[in-house]
Design a binder for this molecule. Sequence first.
Ligand code: K1U
Ligand code: ZN
Length: 178
Amino acid sequence: MAILPIYETPDEMLRQVSKPVEEVTDWHRELIADMFETMYDAPGIGLAAVQVGHPIRMLVIDLQESEEEGGEVVKDPRVFINPEILETSDNDVPYTEGCLSVPEQYAEVMRPDRIKARWLDENGTKHEKEIEGLLAVCLQHEMDHLEGVLFIDHLSKLKRDMVLKKLAKMRKLQRKAA
Ligand code: K1U
Ligand code: ZN
């Protein structure tokens, strides 16, 4: 397994529309394992394959919400291949989103609170389910990546420019400190 470099905005890699996975193979399963390792290391709760340089319709999520009695986070890895949104609720709700490709920047995005989705897992098994809460937010955010869309694209120009300005300032400080 390996920790992969994560592409960051404004890299054009992130603007590609990802291609469907024709057949789930061992190569895909190895990439999925690397994506989980990269996501846990970052740390993050989701990661799309395009963020690590593979523009294919595949993403991983682990909300890392549940805790065992001793305080240990229980892993709950989920794999979504060729995901499709079949239905969305009419009720949009706000959530303060972040993105490993827009590091250390957070902003409120409105999205439907419930979706019905269909996808394949790492064994090629089909799933169809209603999803709500943080999983619905995260899945919609990751599915945006498959279309070359970042969460900052949902913001007004004013808010997006503020986020990008803060990111540029942070990178300048980081370069200075290095
Ligand atoms: O880059 C990504 O797509 C991952 C992104 C997923 C996401 C976060 C919030 C709302 C929607 C989608 C992140 O994981 S950013 C980091 C983050 O939110 C987080 C990191 C550690 C613990 C908990 C959250
Ligand atoms: Zn993201």
